[in-house]
Design a protein around this ligand. Structure first.
Ligand code: HEC
Ligand code: HEC
Ligand code: HEC
Ligand code: HEC
Ligand code: HEC
Ligand code: HEC
Length: 463
């Protein structure tokens, strides 16, 4: 017993020390309560009535939280960010400032973290902003916040965020699918990117990696595409938007923002001009569409696009199976379309295609869509380094007709091919020709081969 007493006092004094340290630490980091008191003072300042003023100042502090079952999160950011939906706070200092520009994304329905990142449940600045170990999604810096728009708006353009459109385009044309899976489609040489935006990669890492994959991931098999800084940023935006999170139906109802610009693009893609004129320019199979939104109600037009047969039995207009926002976009375009639009659309139309041209076009699209370009280059030039493969790189496809018959090439695409080793004792080359028979139909493969052969011709012509 006598021996234990000093030990007991020692433990007690250590405990006291810890308590003092905690008190000092707490006093130096203002809690959410202090922010609320400061906010009440700010509100009370402009209050002429003394009674109301006293009432504002006497408001008991409390945690504010927004429950978002549809987004599977709870955000307490408004515990400190108290003026976000109060326009009179537009000149207030942070964290009290009014949030301009939210449009329909009001705090009570969207919270904050879906766009900003951060740790929704935390009530301490550092924790909430997510700048702490083991929290994977710190606040996105203002350079990248708009990448989050693509978490919900996945198709078409997002107004004010051209980076997302450009990033998606690059992904589809540069052949990223050749090595990466996205939503189940693509190769397996690089990591699956379906959830890339929810993972541990910072925007800065992604951008540097796009500029020089090899420098960031030593020995990476990912080619250096020599992207410009803008392109690397656009791809980073696109990557950050890929979260694959389960969202409630309300949030996913706007995958496509039905803008007139997108409607125009659809009008071009669906080739509506082959049957319709606008203001006299175009074809006369169907009615002229100038002013069509004045002749018919929105509901009627929507119904007409869902099922032309129902509106006009025996109609020659095809059923397109268009989703609701696509129809809204088309109607939005028709509401403002003019004869000049029709002239422009006709001028850019590549008509008079032969069936062979159509097959080659389709092959070219598949070559890009399935990511062949990622290894063989958008111009078929090859050249992606492949250490210890014969030749040391992925071969060019511009001269395959010199070495192979069409049937042999069809075989290679169908079954894949492991490149012969340069040095039999050396390591396996990182890149091989995958087998495509599970992804591409025989027709797809024939079209790709037609495309490859059309490029052979070109290479010889320019020789
Ligand atoms: C404990 C109070 C508190 C909480 C909780 C809080 N913030 Fe903040 N926030 C602040 C303060 C104070 C500032 C201004 C100065 C600073 O950045 O520290 C700020 C600034 C910001 C900024 C401006 C950019 C910046 O980094 O300066 C953003 C964006 C932001 N907060 C988002 C959020 C989000 C999203 C949440 C919820 C996950 C959140 N905040 C939760 C106190 C808070
Ligand atoms: C729909 C997406 C979206 C939602 C939801 C959203 N914000 Fe924002 N927020 C933005 C965008 C975009 C900006 C502008 C960034 C810029 O232009 O610098 C911004 C700016 C801010 C800023 C100023 C940042 C700076 O660097 O000056 C703060 C603070 C902020 N938001 C806090 C919040 C809080 C708190 C919430 C939740 C109540 C919230 N935001 C909800 C998209 C959103
Ligand atoms: C959590 C999903 C989500 C995120 C993130 C999101 N939106 Fe939206 N957005 C919606 C939904 C849902 C609507 C429809 C809202 C409604 O009408 O109630 C919408 C509507 C819109 C509209 C329709 C036009 C309008 O103003 O009525 C535009 C434009 C838009 N969002 C742009 C953006 C931009 C820009 C961002 C990024 C700063 C963004 N959205 C982030 C879900 C989202
Ligand atoms: C020839 C195959 C190949 C092609 C084509 C390719 N990648 Fe990669 N990629 C890889 C490999 C292998 C890795 C893993 C090593 C590394 O980090 O570089 C990788 C890594 C990545 C990562 C980092 C993933 C993570 O979190 O670790 C991203 C993001 C990425 N690639 C995006 C792209 C995009 C976008 C394209 C198209 C522009 C592309 N890749 C084209 C092979 C490829
Ligand atoms: C992951 C990288 C990668 C992707 C993606 C890829 N290839 Fe290949 N491909 C290769 C490699 C490596 C070889 C060389 C094999 C060898 O040396 O025997 C090759 C060989 C070929 C050959 C034979 C060329 C020759 O000279 O031996 C053809 C044709 C071909 N690929 C077409 C395609 C098509 C079409 C696609 C898309 C459907 C595609 N490749 C996708 C890596 C790839
Ligand atoms: C093969 C020819 C054909 C194509 C392609 C076609 N339409 Fe039509 N469309 C018609 C015909 C014919 C009518 C007249 C009524 C009927 O028979 O359905 C019509 C009627 C309409 C109407 C109602 C006009 C009115 O004043 O009553 C609209 C709106 C319309 N089409 C829009 C479109 C859009 C948008 C596209 C492209 C997505 C398109 N159409 C593609 C043949 C076509």
């Amino acid at each position: 017993m006598g021996r234990k007493l000093p030990q007991f006092f020692f433990a007690l004094s250590m405990l006291a020390l810890v308590l003092i340290a905690a008190a000092v630490w707490q006093a130096s980091t203002p809690s959410w309560k202090n922010y609320q008191r400061a906010f009440f003072q700010l509100e009370a300042q402009g209050e002429p009535n003394a009674v109301t003023k006293a009432a504002v100042l006497a408001t008991p502090p409390q945690i504010h939280q927004i429950l978002l079952p549809g987004l599977q999160r709870v955000d307490r950011c408004t515990t400190c960010h108290l003026g976000v939906d109060d326009p009179t706070m537009k000149n207030a200092p942070e964290p009290f400032r009014y949030h301009a520009g939210l449009g329909p994304h009001i705090p009570s329905k969207f919270g904050c973290t879906i766009c900003h990142g951060g740790q929704g449940l935390a009530t301490d600045v550092k924790d909430a902003h997510g700048n702490v170990p083991f929290w994977p999604n710190p606040l996105l810096s203002s350079d990248y916040i708009r990448a989050s728009c693509g978490r919900c708006h996945k198709e078409g353009d997002v107004p004010g965020v051209p980076e997302l459109t450009e990033g998606r385009r690059l992904f589809e044309t540069e052949g990223c699918h050749g090595c990466h899976k996205l939503n189940g489609v693509g190769g397996s040489i690089g990591p699956d990117l379906t959830d890339e935006g929810a993972s541990h990669r910072s925007p800065d890492w992604l951008e540097r990696h796009f500029l020089a994959p090899n420098v960031v991931s030593a020995g990476s098999a990912m080619p250096n595409f020599h992207f410009t800084r803008e392109q690397a940023r656009a791809l980073t935006y696109y990557m950050l938007s890929l979260t694959n999170a389960d969202m409630g139906s309300y949030y996913s109802s706007m995958r496509l923002i039905p803008s007139p610009e997108y409607g125009r693009q659809l009008f071009v893609e669906k080739d509506c001009i082959v049957c319709h004129a606008i203001g006299g320019t175009g074809a006369k199979v169907g009615p002229d569409l100038l002013g069509v939104t004045k002749r018919h109600s929105m509901e009627w037009l929507d119904e007409q696009l869902v099922n032309p047969q129902l509106v006009y039995p025996g109609s020659s207009m095809p059923e397109y199976d268009l989703e609701a926002n696509v129809r809204t976009a088309l109607v939005a375009f028709m509401a403002s379309a003019t004869q000049e639009d029709a002239q422009e659309i006709l001028a850019h139309r590549s008509n008079k295609l032969t069936p062979e041209d159509v097959a080659i076009e389709a092959g070219k699209r598949d070559f890009a869509r399935f990511g062949c370009a990622g290894c063989h280059g958008t111009e078929l030039q090859g050249g992606v380094p492949n250490p210890n493969a014969q030749g040391g790189q992925v071969p060019s496809l511009l001269h395959v007709s010199d070495d192979y018959t069409k049937d042999e090439i069809i075989q290679i695409i169908r079954d894949g091919k492991v490149p012969p080793l340069d040095n039999a004792a050396g390591p396996t080359p990182p890149l091989y020709m995958p087998s495509w028979k599970h992804l591409l139909s025989d027709e797809d493969i024939h079209q790709i081969v037609d495309f490859l052969w059309s490029m052979q011709q070109k290479a010889k012509d320019s020789w």
